[in-house]
Design a binder for this molecule. Structure first.
Ligand code: MG
Length: 248
């Protein structure tokens, strides 16, 4: 069941979104060769603790951290730890918070120092595919138009879209209906209505779309070892068009 949010509820989700946007901006500023992935989690934990804000991910199905940090061939759900970032790596940072009972969820992928131009293109294409998806998220459109916009943009650029993990509705729960695939037909899926809130999150691989999960039961990585990028925003469907909630 898709839960429609009132204007008041959207206002609270906007506050959650702002916190996420602020933290992600600061985390991006911390990324440089030599830092550990745990550094990013510690920053987020301190930031949230100082303000009495809860992270969405910590403890979710037992996830041990506040931020997912996924490096290079890792797609999503990486657990921050002792791994040090190297020049030329890319690092995906995914984070959600709960403000007054409402979630905001977003992700970015950041280059570590100087990165191969083809990998920089991966980051650009993945981020732009997110905006193509957002643009399609209009009242009266089918959700499949969002999915299709992302997939066609990514595949035209020569990359592939992960199938096994998808975006999601979001609100009082981090994961609500509907699932938001990053691939598929335009004429499928529910019709978008004012007050729906969805997290759109393309995961894009340089090589094939197949992914596997590490023995830690969390870290998703590309089967062929190719690099993967991930960008996400929480978006409200409004009569004035899609509104990005996780933006300053
Ligand atoms: Mg999400």
């Amino acid at each position: 069941m898709i839960i429609i949010k009132t204007k008041k509820e959207l206002e609270i989700m906007r506050q959650a979104g702002l916190v996420v946007a602020e933290i992600l901006e600061r985390l991006a500023g911390l990324v440089k060769p030599g830092i550990t992935t745990a550094t990013l989690d510690h920053f987020a934990e301190n930031y949230l603790a100082e303000r009495g804000i809860k992270a969405s991910f910590k403890g979710y199905n037992g996830f041990p951290a506040s931020v997912c940090v996924s490096v290079n061939e890792e797609v999503v759900h990486g657990i921050p730890g002792k791994r040090r970032l190297n020049e030329g790596d890319i690092v995906s940072i995914d984070m959600g918070v709960i403000v007054n009972g409402w979630h905001g969820d977003a992700a970015i992928t950041v280059p570590v120092g100087e990165v191969d131009p083809e990998i920089m293109r991966l980051l650009k294409v993945t981020e732009e595919s997110l905006y193509q998806g957002i643009k399609a998220a209009q009242v009266g459109a089918r959700l499949g138009m969002v999915s299709h916009a992302i997939q066609s943009y990514v595949e035209t650029a020569g990359f592939s879209v992960v199938r096994q993990y998808v975006g999601h509705g979001i609100g009082r729960q981090m994961h609500e209906d509907p699932p938001v695939p990053n691939y598929g037909r335009q004429d499928r899926g529910p019709v978008l209505a004012e007050g729906m809130t969805i997290a759109i999150e393309p995961m894009v691989n340089v090589g094939g779309y197949e992914v596997l999960v590490r023995p830690d039961n969390w870290t998703v990585y590309t089967k062929d070892g190719s690099y993967s990028a991930h960008f996400e925003h929480t978006v409200a469907i409004t009569s004035n068009g899609p509104e990005i909630l996780t933006r300053k």
